[in-house]
Design a protein around this ligand. Structure first.
Ligand code: NDP
Length: 477
């Protein structure tokens, strides 16, 4: 009796993924660099299914049915390369190595190409949902070859989250496609979290609400179109009281947001591909700004407007306005993220199905939301949709929200409440729909100082103005 799959790297994620597989009736071979983790898993959870614990790479590989399927769940970066080098020499052509850690997609492309030369399938897989997701059903985003998905897919679909019976797992595309999509997922997650945080700050700053009251507002929103995991947990965090001080939990937490790097990758790749993912970028920079304690201390006392909370009709309307602004900004953030996936897919020839991506994000992952079903429907109706903003229902929702959106941002500006996420989302919307952009002037400036040339609206070709002569006002053209 051999195992249909093996997991190496049994920290929180690997352990829970292995348990999830075993709970679904699959025999799982176990391996970890230090054997204590393997022993611990079997001692505590051995009764949940059939595990084959092993204490060496050789023993692990021998415990697996052929073609072997090995899920690597170790610290991303060099440890992943070390583990690949440990196992690859023991494997045979057709075996499948899966990296389910948070690898950079470029590393995945490199590893896939190298292992393909050696006859092995290498599958970079995004896994989202944290440790709870890994145990109860994550969203799984595998890349790699079609052949590898034929054997791996059924196992992964079995343990993935389900929405309306559909597994939150699909073959995203070749080589690094899975990790790329996971990266953008995390970027969107940054953006979504920032927008929700700004909504909280606005409700507090403009209405003077307490965190517990704001928790109620979020709970109400969570019954409507904003229904999502992130809104749900936000309400819980805001309602939480610090046991030690009796103060709202959110007021005793240091206001410096940390990051592990996937948001930064998303922004870097957005720049490389030339895709304006401004919502993700602002969210990432907002975390950086929060962390610059020295800079913030130096800026303390810089003058701002006098803050008087809203009152009367404006106050009554405000929470609804924020809901609309949040929704519209969120549509922009997702529109940008999906455009980035579209661009990555074109650049690397992945042929990613955006509707399928939206579908597997509906459950299991951190950005799971009702809203993603609408995105799925939009891309299913029009796979080459240029932007979600022009798709039927989204278009109408954002157009209907725009007065509120503008009013909320005006209020924020007037009260001096920073809303980088809301503001950049609206600027993107206005930028896209503008008939003429001042980019024309930028082209003129570039031509003036650098002879970079420009194109004209009235005829084809490339033009340059001799600014030293033709450009002078006393020298009409
Ligand atoms: P960690 O990232 O903390 O990694 C610990 C595991 O890596 C241990 O099993 C450890 O073995 C092993 N390891 C580290 N270095 C080496 C090495 N040089 N050779 C062999 N094994 C090594 O574990 P997590 O479970 O938190 O995450 C695993 C992966 O999943 C990471 O890539 C992470 O980014 C990703 N991920 C994590 C999520 C989360 O919510 N935590 C969510 C989604 C993805 P040992 O016990 O011997 O030290």
């Amino acid at each position: 009796n051999k195992a249909s799959i093996g997991v190496t790297g049994l920290a929180v994620m690997g352990r829970n993924l292995a348990r999830n597989l075993a709970r679904h009736g699959h025999t799982v071979a176990l391996h970890n660099r230090s054997t204590e983790r393997t022993r611990d898993l079997v001692e505590r959870f051995g009764s949940e299914g059939t595990f084959l614990p092993t204490s060496s790479a050789r023993e692990f590989v021998d415990a697996l049915e052929r073609p072997r399927q090995i899920v690597i769940m170790v610290k991303a970066g060099e440890p992943t390369d070390a583990v690949i080098e440990e196992f690859a020499p023991l494997l045979e052509p057709g075996d499948v190595l899966v990296d389910a850690g948070n690898a950079h997609f470029a590393d995945t492309r490199r590893r896939e190409a190298a292992l393909r030369e050696r006859g092995l399938h290498f599958v970079g897989t995004g896994v989202s949902g944290g440790e709870e997701g890994a145990l109860h059903g994550p969203s799984i985003m595998p890349g790699g070859s079609k052949e590898s998905y034929a054997s791996l897919g059924p196992l992964f679909e079995d343990i993935a989250a389900k929405v309306d019976g559909t597994p939150c797992c699909t073959h995203v595309g070749p080589d690094g496609a899975g990790h790329f999509v996971k990266m953008v997922h995390n970027g969107i997650e940054y953006s979504d979290m920032q927008l929700i945080a700004e909504s909280f700050d606005l409700l507090r700053g403009a209405l003077g609400y307490e965190p517990a009251q704001i928790a109620d507002v979020f709970r109400t929103w969570n019954t409507g179109r904003l229904d999502s995991y992130l809104i749900e947990i936000t309400a819980e965090v805001l309602a939480h009281t610090d046991a030690e001080t009796g103060r709202p939990f959110v007021d005793v937490v240091a206001d410096q947001a940390e990051q592990k790097g996937t948001g930064r990758w998303t922004v870097q790749i957005g720049l490389d591909l030339g895709i304006p993912i401004t919502g993700i970028a602002e969210a990432t920079f907002a975390r950086s700004l929060s962390g610059h304690t020295g800079l913030r201390a130096a800026a303390e006392g810089l003058a701002g407007p006098r803050r008087a909370p809203l009152s009367g009709a404006a106050a009554e309307r405000f929470a609804d306005d924020v809901e609309r602004a949040l929704y519209a900004s969120k549509v922009v953030a997702y529109a940008q993220g999906f455009n980035q996936i579209q661009a990555g897919s074109a650049e690397y020839g992945w042929n990613v199905d955006l509707g399928a991506v939206a579908s597997i994000w509906r459950g299991g992952c951190i950005i799971r939301a009702k809203f993603l079903d609408d995105i799925r429907a939009a891309y299913e109706a029009e796979p080459a949709l240029p932007t979600l903003l022009t798709s039927g229902d989204f278009r109408k929702a954002v157009e209907d929200a725009q007065d509120s959106w503008r009013s909320v941002i005006s209020t924020a500006v007037r009260l001096g409440i920073p809303t980088p996420g809301f503001s950049t989302a609206l600027a993107y919307y206005d930028g896209l729909r503008a008939e003429r952009l001042p980019a024309a002037l930028v082209q003129g400036q570039r031509d003036y100082f650098g002879a970079h040339t420009y194109r004209r609206v009235d005829r084809a070709g490339t033009f340059h103005t001799e600014w030293a002569t033709e450009g002078r006002p006393e020298h009409p053209a």
